[in-house]
Design a binder for this molecule. Sequence first.
Ligand SMILES: Cc1cc2nc3c(=O)[nH]c(=O)nc-3n(C[C@H](O)[C@H](O)[C@H](O)COP(=O)(O)OP(=O)(O)OC[C@H]3O[C@@H](n4cnc5c(N)ncnc54)[C@H](O)[C@@H]3O)c2cc1C
Length: 340
Amino acid sequence: MNPADTPTLPRLAAYTTLRLGGPARRFVAATTSEDLVEAVRAADAVAEPVLLLGGGSNLVVGDAGFDGTLVRIATTGWTREGGVVQVAAGQNWDDFVAALVEAGLGGLECLSGIPGSVGAYGCEVAESLVELDLYDRVTGEVRTLKADELGFAYRTSILKGTDTGVVLTVRFEVREDGLSAPIRYAELARTLGVEIGERVPAAEAREAVLGLRRGKGMVLDPADHDTWSAGSFFTNPIIPAVDVEATLARIGDPKTPQYPADGGVKLSAAWLIERAGFRKGHAGPGGRVSLSTKHTLALTNRGDATTEDLLALAREVRDGVYARFGVSLHPEPLLINCMI
Ligand SMILES: Cc1cc2nc3c(=O)[nH]c(=O)nc-3n(C[C@H](O)[C@H](O)[C@H](O)COP(=O)(O)OP(=O)(O)OC[C@H]3O[C@@H](n4cnc5c(N)ncnc54)[C@H](O)[C@@H]3O)c2cc1C
């Protein structure tokens, strides 16, 4: 089957959780891995720019849109062989996690409620991921990459920020005893009434995670503008070891949250934003955008915003934090045909 070409030029706003973004020149929906490879191969053959689209939950697309082919990854479904589950890249992530929990399979439940698709890799899947199949746009071949070849680190992997690899299918290891992975976060452990490192029935962990995430506006809800976002807009900044002392002195608060990180110390972007004077709900141009009323790190569309409105708010926050503490914040979502 060939990918289905649609006759109209859809606005990207229809496909992003921010509901922002102008039109794409061409739109292709691929419902099988073969279609997906073919769509990308065909565009590459004529040097047509390609934007791969999963759930659109990690994308900020400019008001002018995308001058190329939008390839919507609409492959779905999963199969299981013993403790390994193979899933299509376009499969909705949270529906997949819910189905695993329902089937009594543990391991991914703590990543409940994250929007988007399996293949996009915003989330911390490194521990459960076994391998994935990838279409390599440089060599034109499909190959399998093992987890340790993917260079996972905080909010990144070798695939993030490059568009040379198209993820087709992913294989995860699951726990057949129906228990969760060891609970890692203090807030989740407190909610569940267990110690860090303990395991609980996967369904209990999922419910607790969903509850905590809803409280922060981090579970998609079309009726709630606090969830019209791309999740956390800024990554937590990592301060190189040589600059840590001076940075903490500038911040001047002994209670500054800080965590050891590769080559330095990781600070909390949300905490810095609040300390720089931006409160939850802080509004941007015309009130059309604002920080989420539940979480300072999410920039949200209040209904009739443009991408330029959102970027203006992002600049205000970034510049405010820099002016106050000398710390640079960097956007976490991918910015397509726009910049802050
Ligand atoms: C309310 C909310 C809460 C969120 N919470 C979290 C969170 O807790 N943790 C977290 O990590 N993220 C979070 N996010 C961000 C986002 O959900 C994740 O980054 C998610 O993995 C993105 O998936 P997607 O399918 O929507 O990607 P898209 O936004 O569609 O695409 C993102 C990038 O991945 C590329 N891509 C997509 N599919 C493929 C593929 N098959 N092969 C190669 N490249 C591909 C795209 O081209 C693009 O560059 C949140 C977002 C929202 C809106």
